[in-house]
Ligand binder design. Structure first.
Ligand code: GAR
Length: 197
């Protein structure tokens, strides 16, 4: 089975809780046996990312963006590291770098991201504080395909949570994150099941 196994590569920058949720769903739901797919590697642009220590036995690697003079040079090195696994799907999970158009084009159709807002609202950073400042009554997260326009691309799934009285950006982020951990593995499993990638 090994040589026919499809690979997923997950890119992280921080705590890696979405990555851990995906790795655990793959184990719990027997993706190798059922879908012929495994999480082959977790790669971070931050060598000290906490998530690198939470990869549940998956191979980890750091490609430190600070070691490269240009965004193009970093993306080329990252692409080289990823392509060693010939992945069917590349999953951005709290990966906090803007990717070059060449990189995005290389992975067209097999690159997805999770963003902590109900896109197209609140692209970019500080999404939870901005949702609170705007007086939103609901917030959430979006799984989408990655195109060279930041936080655009086909929406694959969304989860909605209420904004509650007294919420801070931190309490809202935590409520949204629990839903991210549910929808991201679901989207990945259904993409692979459908043979979309
Ligand atoms: C998640 O909330 C994710 O949606 C967000 O960063 C967090 C990473 O948490 N991603 C972005 O803001 C992408 N622009 P995690 O490292 O624990 O998965």
């Amino acid at each position: 089975m090994g040589s026919f196994m499809k690979n997923i590569v997950i890119l992280i920058s921080g705590s890696g809780s979405n990555m851990a949720a995906i790795v655990q769903a793959a184990q719990r739901e027997h993706w190798s046996e059922r879908l012929g797919v495994r999480v082959a590697a977790v790669i971070s642009n931050q060598p000290d990312a906490a998530g690198l220590k939470q990869a549940h036995g998956v191979a980890t690697q750091a490609v430190d963006h600070k070691a490269f003079a240009t965004r193009e040079a970093f993306d080329a090195a990252l692409q080289h590291a990823i392509d060693a696994y010939a992945p069917t799907l590349v999953v951005l999970a709290g990966f906090m770098r803007i990717l070059t158009p060449a990189f995005v084009r290389h992975y067209e159709g097999r690159l997805i991201n999770i963003h902590p807002s109900l896109l197209p609202a609140f692209t970019g950073l500080n999404t939870h504080q901005r949702a609170l400042d705007a007086g939103c009554k609901v917030a959430g997260a979006t799984v989408h395909r990655v195109t060279s326009e930041l936080d655009h691309g086909e929406i694959l799934a969304q989860a909605v949570v209420p904004v509650l009285a007294g919420d801070t950006a931190a309490t809202l982020a935590a409520r949204v994150l629990t839903q991210e951990h549910i929808i991201y593995p679901q989207v990945i499993a259904s993409l692979l099941q459908a043979g979309v990638t």
